[in-house]
Design a protein around this ligand. Structure first.
Ligand code: AMP
Ligand code: MG
Length: 443
């Protein structure tokens, strides 16, 4: 009991006022202090999933020559003007142009060139008749209907014009961006460095899967939720294992973490228990900005800074740990990466059943989305205790219930923050049901 009193006193002298912040304010406080990391040059093999830190202009037109969109015959459209099934135009085939080859001839009147998809359209030709619309007879081809000028021709510069900025600075690079970089002849580009995020799990009772488990021990779930959560952002998780509830061990492990990484995240030991040392140690290492948030689950959450490096002390309960990671830690990591989509998408859905909650706390209720006709519904996934990880496993998102509400009846429209990045379809479903027809994305 003495230890508990001492710990509280210590904290109160370290920082005079540690009011309980709303979730919104907590996130603002975090994002205000967290900055985008510096840039590094990487191979285009590593570019996808990163944020571009230079503007990519094209030095040339793409495609760089008019080429065929079809396998068929390059022709002069005027020669096909009067073609019909009964009176097809007969054109003389002067050459065959495979993809990658250079045409040898300029097409003259009533001439055609057999051409493959992607091959250069010869001078004189202005269109390509697809092979399915022709009949061949030796050196001649019969065209049975007129073709319009430019049909089946991909014009030079159709995709990208020389001098055009194709990938602007700050863009999040998707797989097709990697393809575009290659198309422009780039082998590398400048992107934000991947943040290294240290993870330390605390608790005398916590054991790794695979290790012997004492009768009253528990398995370390949080370490692995956090490792995967960090990895999903494209950052580098640095796993420092389980620190026992002992000040020296914890301090040492935290010192190592700050040396090795750009951000430190711990699990457990931030509440008011006798062996909850994390806050005390962190306050000795850096500045604590807040240590409680008006959120449920996740109230005992510590955030602070040490030498420009953010640290988070997350609660030990497995659901609280993930919910706080999603709500506060992930946005910080995303900002460090330089991404603009700080938060995951939020969709609007209707509650299937009433939800009750404590007053003055923002509740994050694990919810399952379903679609009925044109409406997106959400239902709580069962008991919401912060130790019930299974109800998070089956959830599609977190239903956000604002501080001022204590009960929301079935049918109420609520915001649901999607949990995984595999839900673009859900977002689209929501867009189609929103009254204004506008997706309920939140910045
Ligand atoms: P604490 O915040 O350390 O008091 O932990 C709160 C609850 O979460 C306790 O029941 C712990 O046993 C549990 N817990 C702490 N760390 C972990 C972990 N890594 N994985 C699963 N449960 C944990
Ligand atoms: Mg503990």
């Amino acid at each position: 009991m003495d230890t508990f009193i001492t710990e509280t006193d210590t904290l109160n002298t370290v920082k005079q006022s540690h009011e309980m912040l709303s979730v919104g304010t907590a996130l603002e406080e975090i994002l205000r202090r967290v900055n985008c990391l510096n840039a590094e040059e990487v191979s285009i093999l590593e570019a996808a999933g990163r944020v571009l830190r230079e503007s990519i202009k094209s030095s040339h037109d793409v495609p760089s020559f008019d080429n065929s969109a079809m396998d068929g015959y390059a022709v002069r459209s005027e020669d096909t003007l009067h073609s019909t099934r009964d009176k097809p135009s007969r054109l003389k085939i002067v050459e065959e142009i495979p993809a990658g080859a250079s045409p040898r001839f300029r097409l003259g009147r009533d001439e055609a060139a057999a051409i493959m998809t992607g091959a250069c359209v010869p001078e004189g030709a202005d269109s390509v008749v697809m092979v399915e619309d022709t009949r061949r007879d030796g050196d001649s081809v019969f065209i049975e209907k007129p073709i319009e000028k430019n049909d089946n021709v991909r014009e030079r510069g159709q995709d990208v014009k020389a001098g055009e900025t194709v990938l602007p600075e700050g863009m999040f690079l998707t797989p097709s961006c990697a393809g575009m970089l290659a198309e422009l002849g780039r082998t590398s580009c400048l992107v934000t460095r991947r943040p290294k995020v240290s993870i330390i799990v605390t608790g005398d009772e916590v054991f790794e899967p695979g290790d012997d488990l004492p009768t009253h021990g528990i398995r370390n779930a949080n370490g692995y939720s956090l490792l995967a959560g960090v990895a999903e952002t494209g950052s580098i998780p640095v796993y420092l294992g389980i620190a026992r509830d002992n000040k020296e061990e914890l301090r040492e492990r935290l010192e190592t973490a700050f040396q090795l990484s750009d951000m430190v995240v711990t699990s457990g030991g931030v509440s008011v228990g006798k062996y909850d040392w994390v806050k005390e140690i962190l306050s000795g290492l850096g500045e604590i900005v807040f240590q409680t948030v008006r959120m449920q689950p996740g109230k005992p959450t510590v955030f602070g800074m040490r030498d420009n490096k953010p640290f988070f002390g997350l609660p030990g309960n497995p659901v609280s740990c993930v919910v706080v990671f999603e709500q506060l830690v992930r946005p910080a990591i995303i900002k460090m990466c330089g991404r603009a989509d700080i938060e995951r998408p939020i969709v609007t859905a209707r509650l299937k059943k009433e939800i009750k909650k404590k007053p003055e706390m923002t509740a994050f209720v694990r919810g399952k989305l379903t679609r009925e006709n044109d409406t997106l519904f959400v239902t709580a996934t069962g008991p919401q205790g912060s130790g019930i990880l299974k109800s998070l496993v089956v959830a599609d998102g977190l239903i956000i219930i604002p501080e001022d509400k204590v009960s929301l009846p079935g049918g109420t429209e609520v915001q649901v923050k999607l949990l995984s990045s595999n839900w673009p379809c859900a977002a689209l479903m929501a867009a189609s049901t929103s009254p204004e027809g506008v997706p309920a994305w939140r910045k």
